[in-house]
Write a protein that binds this ligand. Structure first.
Ligand code: AMP
Ligand code: ZN
Length: 494
């Protein structure tokens, strides 16, 4: 890749040359969905954007050299509320436990999410851990923070809490560039009494009977307090990133990577996660592991609006991935996954997107001009690689792919290069499988059209051609070299 990969790093607010700590083990973590309801089209943006990055990293460093972790957040008060709403009766009459109800909500939502993002052409991450499968790892990190003077146990209105002490970290606020003093001075809300500092955040909190919880004990200032409770939001990502990008793979990392324990290459998510979520992940991980950096590069996608307005249920413009794919709610029709995907990539990931019917129609028109075929084992074209290497410039990459499509339409020998290049964006038009029945039916119409042409019934011949075109079948007329007779071949365009 000419010039190498450059990525915008939110931490330094500039574009940097990307150099993985260990090129044989490139490590990427992206915050995944909270599984309490259908994912909306805004949630699809980080999934698609980081899928393109994953594809580019796999191409550059080798498909088996990249570890991509995207978590599932299945501990959240919204999940509890949903479980009580949907299964309150069963919980009350004892036929279902709260944990079973929660599992039913998260299990169903998670499978729906997997179906949705597969339709958007996204590869599966290497590991997709659930928060609830990583509770012991979170407890271990929290105890480390207590031992190292970065956390404390306090009693709030809802019981015991373990809190992170923001004042204990000299450079707290490094990602969002917020200064702790500003937050103290500007704090409008009354400081909850049990917090040493208004910016201090929950690592673990006590659970009531109607809330999910796990048994845990924490030792603070030589006193051990059992707290049946649940983790705060941020600690799960510190724990899962460390488990899957350091703890479980550290033995195979290079000496350089081993000399930077616990640090990995790229952490991503939407812009809204910079503060407090990512700031607090950094605080937890850097303090627990005594590191300057949690991840080298921090990437954030911009926000998505719908038809010019912030997407919200009250605006009536809230739309889920599933509604776009399977219902006529948006623009009065269903939209194919690859149209949604291309529409998303038509704007640079750091810019805001306005998701609209017009944009989807534009993406669909473009896709209709792209031929289908197989890539063979060709590599993507340099023009597309260069565009993506410039901080994932998908806008320029789509232009480059389109130029390759036009070249392939004019000269079929260029088709594999186009297909290999489009695959880097995750848009890979494949030749539709043609059943024997369809093939026979098309051939019968093609033969009839030839008869009509011979009989100079051009109107009927054109009607047949148009009928086939409407079904995505394109005819190509030529002459038999030996006999000079007209012959017609056909292909399924899309
Ligand atoms: P959540 O399930 O709310 O934690 O969000 C999952 C991911 O979707 C996070 O990376 C969010 O930053 C991202 N996200 C949520 N809403 C939008 C939006 N409207 N536009 C772009 N990204 C979003
Ligand atoms: Zn996270």
């Amino acid at each position: 890749m000419a010039g190498g990969l450059k990525l915008y790093n939110t931490l330094t607010r500039d574009k940097v040359d990307f150099e993985p700590i260990d090129p044989d083990n490139v490590r990427l973590y992206v915050c995944g969905p909270t599984v309490y309801d259908f994912a909306h089209i805004g949630n699809a943006r980080p999934v698609i954007v980081f899928d393109v990055l994953y594809r580019l990293l796999r191409h550059t460093y080798g498909a088996d050299k990249v570890t991509y972790v995207r978590n599932i957040t299945d501990v959240d008060d919204k999940i509890n509320a949903r479980a009580l709403r949907d299964f309150g009766g069963q919980i009350a009459d004892g036929s279902m436990s709260l944990n079973e109800a929660i599992r039913a909500v998260t299990g169903k939502t998670e499978s729906q999410f997997h179906e949705d993002v597969a339709s958007l052409g996204c590869l599966k991450p290497t590991v997709e851990p659930r928060a609830t499968d990583n509770i012991p790892q979170m407890i271990t990190i929290i105890q480390r923070l207590l031992d190292m003077g970065h956390a404390y146990v306090a009693s709030g209105s809802e019981g015991h809490e373990v809190l992170f002490s923001t004042a204990s970290m000299a450079d707290y606020g490094m990602l969002s560039k917020r200064k702790l003093e500003d937050q103290q001075a500007g704090a409008r809300v009354a400081v909850e009494n049990h917090k040493m500092n208004p910016a201090d955040f929950v690592l673990w909190k006590q659970s009531a009977d109607t809330e999910p919880g796990w048994p845990a004990s924490f030792t603070f200032e030589k006193t051990t307090t059992p707290i049946y409770g649940r983790p705060g939001w941020h600690i799960e990502c510190s724990a899962m990133a460390d488990r899957y990008l350091w703890e479980e793979i550290k033995d195979r990392l290079s000496p350089k990577a081993k000399s930077k324990p616990h640090q990995f290459d790229i952490h991503g998510g939407g812009l809204d996660l910079i503060f407090p979520h990512h700031e607090n992940e950094i605080a937890q991980s850097c303090c627990a592991f005594d590191n300057d950096l949690m991840a080298t590069v921090w990437m954030h996608n911009g926000f998505l609006q719908v038809e010019g307005r912030k997407m919200s249920k009250s605006e009536g413009n809230f739309v889920t991935i599933n509604e776009l794919l399977a219902t006529e709610k948006f623009g009065g029709r269903k939209w194919p996954g690859e149209v949604l995907r291309l529409a998303m990539l038509m704007t640079h990931y750091r810019e805001p997107i306005d998701f609209s019917v017009k944009r989807l129609e534009e993406a669909e028109r473009l896709l209709a001009k792209w031929p289908a075929g197989d890539a063979g084992d060709l590599a993507p074209d340099a023009s597309v690689l260069e565009a993506l290497a410039d901080d994932l410039n998908t806008v320029a990459a789509i232009q480059a792919v389109h130029a390759l499509a036009q070249a392939a339409n004019a000269d079929p020998s260029k088709l594999p290069l186009f297909v290999a290049s489009a695959a880097l964006l995750g848009v890979a038009p494949k030749k539709a499988e043609v059943s024997d029945d369809l093939s026979a039916a098309v051939q019968a119409l093609v033969d009839m059209r030839l008869e009509m042409l011979k009989a100079k019934n051009f109107a009927e011949a054109d009607r047949i051609r148009d009928e086939l075109a409407a079904k995505g079948i394109q005819l190509k007329d030529g002459k038999d070299k030996e006999t000079g007779e007209r012959i017609t071949t056909w292909e399924v365009k899309r």
